[in-house]
Design a protein around this ligand. Structure first.
Ligand code: ADP
Ligand code: ADP
Length: 226
């Protein structure tokens, strides 16, 4: 069974902008799918519709076999990682990672267990007491990923998570994200405009252009033209 299904998804913004023009996509359990394409092609809109942050104009989105069109973001079995990290500056790394679980009233011991486990996977255990401002860009990105991992959702959604990092760190974090995926095996939908990033990370690349899917396939079968 597909973990994420997009069926004839259309998104119209005000002013008659058709950002997404009817796309179909089935994403399998454990798969790492990257949406790639030029700026404005509809990648972020598509991801935000899966997250529930943007209403669908028509079509259906299912997560884990359940149609989620009318389910608010917080009740979808997803966790999203943004490029601006969205960390709370006044909270420690531990509390930042724990936030989504605290909000959902998880027991303290379970929260600690999950945060410690995620910190171990991400190699940030020594940073748990720090505030975000005392972290490097790469460390902040790890914390943002940690916050997603502790939730143990069906699906991870990444929106250009590395675009604020310098080139060297970007390559390093790419490897890190791949490693995390191999460890937790969570179904992932990842948006980037960077073709190399797409090729390195994806089990399957979805190339979008002007609101449509242009090509879908494993990285080695794509990009025969520049
Ligand atoms: P990408 O992520 O591929 O850069 P987006 O999904 O952000 O593309 O945008 C797709 C199209 O929708 C673009 O033409 C963009 O200008 C338009 N768009 C995005 N967000 C809005 C919005 N809130 N209101 C109106 N148009 C929007
Ligand atoms: P979840 O795990 O449910 O996604 P988050 O920790 O991402 O929980 O956020 C919970 C709520 O707090 C969401 O409504 C989110 O938009 C909001 N939020 C998250 N980070 C910030 C931030 N840095 N500043 C303001 N609001 C935030």
């Amino acid at each position: 069974m597909a973990q994420v299904s997009l069926r004839k998804i259309v998104k119209m913004y005000e002013g008659d902008v058709q950002a997404v023009k009817g796309i179909d996509l089935e994403i399998e359990d454990h798969e790492f799918v990257v949406l790639v394409g030029p700026s404005g092609c509809g990648k972020s809109t598509t991801l935000r519709m899966i997250a529930g942050l943007e209403e669908i104009s028509s079509g259906d989105i299912a997560i884990g076999g359940t149609v989620v069109n009318d389910i608010p973001p917080r009740d979808r079995d997803i966790a999203m990682v943004f490029q601006n990290y969205a960390l709370y500056p006044h909270m420690s790394v531990f509390d930042n990672m724990a936030f989504g679980l605290t909000l959902r009233k998880f027991p303290k011991a379970e929260i600690k267990r999950r945060v410690d486990e995620a910190a171990r996977i991400l190699d940030i255990t020594p940073l748990l007491d720090r505030k975000p401002k005392a972290l490097s860009g790469g460390q902040r990105q790890r914390v943002a990923m940690g916050r997603a991992i502790v939730r143990d959702p069906k699906v991870f959604l990444f929106d250009e998570p590395l675009s604020n990092l310098d080139a060297k760190l970007r390559v390093q974090m790419r490897t890190e994200i791949k490693k995390v995926h191999q460890t937790v095996r969570t179904t992932t939908v990842y948006v980037t405009h960077d073709q190399v990033e797409a090729m390195t990370l994806a089990d399957r690349v979805v190339v979008m252009n002007q609101g449509l899917i242009e090509q879908v396939g494993p990285p080695q079968e794509l990009y025969h033209h520049p």
